[in-house]
Design a binder for this molecule. Structure first.
Ligand code: SF4
Ligand code: SF4
Length: 173
């Protein structure tokens, strides 16, 4: 009999514990998001990954060198980096980015592309409104029409390493 009463109270206690969470959420405000009315004021967490983008500056320049590391890192084949050869003013041949294609429909937002990019040329935007009628519309070109590589591009990792070594050597002297 005593065991029966103990079990009864234990059951009621556990039930109340579960109901506590329900009641907290029931009375908290706001209960629902006023979407899409709050589109302009909605605050997103910094870590939110909505869509891959390639920032361009005011001169329509980006930081992508077309190295292809992000394409190799992507487990889904979501990124296609197309490059082309150009001849610079001083007669040298150089590889530059031609098209940066991103298939949003196959992206799992794992972030392996952004984490691996040595130039930090691609970042996440908060945009999550991706509804379209045709899947093909989800394939987007991230480099803008007529854009080019930023003039003061980030130094290649090997060169950067050499610079650090040199400055350390100078400090020791
Ligand atoms: S986005 Fe970054 S990793 Fe991808 S091709 Fe451009 S520079 Fe290379
Ligand atoms: S987030 Fe992941 S799946 Fe999406 S493009 Fe980057 S590497 Fe590919």
């Amino acid at each position: 009999m005593i065991q029966y009463i103990k079990d009864l109270f234990s059951g009621i206690w556990n039930l109340l514990q579960g109901m506590k969470i329900t009641m907290i959420n029931f009375i908290r405000k706001p209960i629902t998001e006023c979407y899409p009315e709050n589109r302009g004021t909605k605050v997103y967490a910094e870590r939110f990954r909505g869509e891959l983008t390639m920032p361009h500056n005011a001169n329509n320049e980006h930081k992508c060198t077309g190295c292809g590391i992000c394409q190799m890192n992507c487990p889904n084949g979501t990124i296609t980096v197309k490059t082309k050869q150009i001849t610079t003013d001083d007669g040298k041949t150089k590889k530059i980015l031609d098209q940066y294609l991103y298939d949003l429909g196959s992206c799992t937002f794992c972030g392996l592309c952004t984490m691996g990019c040595p130039q930090k040329a691609i970042v996440w935007s908060n945009n999550f409104e991706h509804s379209v009628y045709r899947r093909a519309t989800l394939v987007k070109q991230l480099n803008k029409e007529g854009s080019k590589l930023e003039e003061k591009k980030v130094v290649a990792p090997q060169q950067e390493e050499k610079k650090v070594i040199n400055s350390n050597t100078n400090q020791q002297q």
